[in-house]
Write a new protein. Structure first.
Length: 90
C-alpha cells in the first residue's frame, strides 16, 4: 500500500512515498522511508507524529493513501506568543 511521510524541517522539507505492507505501523513506515537519515534531528522518542493533522501513536496501523506527519517541537509557548500579539494590538 502507498503511504506518504512528511516532515517540515527548519530549513527544508520532505514528502516521501513508501510502499508499505498491509498493517504497517507509523514507526515502521517512518523508518522505511529513510527520513530519519535525511533529518537526523528527528527524535521519535520526543516528537509527536500523526496522520492528516491528527496525533497518533507510533504503533498505530496505517491504511493505504494516508500521510504520516512528523511534527517539530514548538519553539515558543503558544500562550506566551498570543500574549505578545495582544500587547501589540493595544
Amino acid at each position: 500500500m502507498k503511504i506518504e511521510v512528511a516532515y517540515v524541517g527548519r530549513h527544508r522539507q520532505a514528502l516521501l512515498s513508501v510502499n508499505a505492507e498491509e498493517g504497517a505501523t507509523l514507526e515502521a513506515v517512518i523508518r522505511q522511508s529513510g527520513i530519519l537519515v535525511q533529518f537526523p534531528e528527528i527524535d521519535l522518542a520526543v516528537q509527536k507524529v500523526g496522520v492528516f493533522g491528527r496525533a497518533r501513536a507510533l504503533d498505530a496501523t496505517l491504511r493505504a493513501g494516508e500521510r504520516v506527519e512528523i511534527y517539530r517541537p514548538a519553539t515558543a509557548d503558544p500562550a506566551l506568543a498570543r500574549q505578545g500579539e495582544e500587547a501589540g494590538d493595544a
